[in-house]
Design a protein around this ligand. Structure first.
Ligand code: IMP
Ligand code: MG
Length: 180
């Protein structure tokens, strides 16, 4: 499109499979009987997943509040920079609240640990986590998600909100960059 070096993308998880799993996750979350739940969506990568999840939650009978926080640990490419930075905070007060963090991928675990510690430190009563994808073998810090969509291997994935250098977030499926 721009530079003639478009990656070849293979489908890893199709739209239909994603939709079915999102419905299952919403039922699990709604079934855990969250009280006055506040969902904190970690931008940017999880906005597509979160949009589907909150609508599935509504169908499952849960009516959470939703707020957004922008964290980043990646540079332009496919490798993590390590340090997590908070570039946009939520506006809701989490004191005394039950919080569910929604994020795209659990890789090293640093992003999720940062978000969880930040919100617990502000006085949330409980902080649970829902991750669309989990690269279990890439974990570097001790944290596990409470609700996980799919476990995947050590592959760089794009689509369904996930980017490669800020592009491809609109792919309706989760794909793998061939040759990675
Ligand atoms: P962690 O802090 O190492 O767990 O990395 C988590 C963050 O890195 C995720 O929220 C994503 O934004 C990003 N990330 C990790 N793996 C991928 C990938 O395969 N594709 C796109 N973004 C990724
Ligand atoms: Mg992210």
């Amino acid at each position: 499109m721009t530079d003639g070096a478009e990656p070849v993308v293979d489908v890893l998880i199709s739209e239909d499979v994603i939709a079915e799993r999102v419905t299952g996750l919403a039922k699990d979350i709604a079934g855990s009987e969250p009280e006055d739940l506040l969902i904190v969506v970690i931008l940017k990568g999880s906005f597509v997943f979160a949009a589907d999840l909150i609508r599935a939650l509504d169908r499952a009978g849960a009516k959470p509040r939703v707020d957004f926080m922008t964290l980043s640990s990646y540079g332009e490419g496919m490798r993590s920079k390590g340090a997590v930075t908070l570039s946009r905070d939520i506006s809701e007060d989490v004191t005394g609240r039950h919080v569910l963090i929604v994020d795209d991928i659990l890789e090293s675990g640093r992003t999720l640990l940062f978000a969880r510690d930040l919100l617990s430190g502000r006085g949330a009563v409980s902080v649970k986590t829902c991750l669309m994808l989990d690269k279990t073998e890439k974990r570097e810090v001790p944290i596990e998600a409470d609700f996980t969509g799919f476990e995947i291997g050590d592959q760089f994935v794009i689509g369904y909100g996930l980017d490669l250098a800020h592009r491809y977030r609109g792919l309706p499926y989760i794909g793998v960059v061939r040759g990675d």
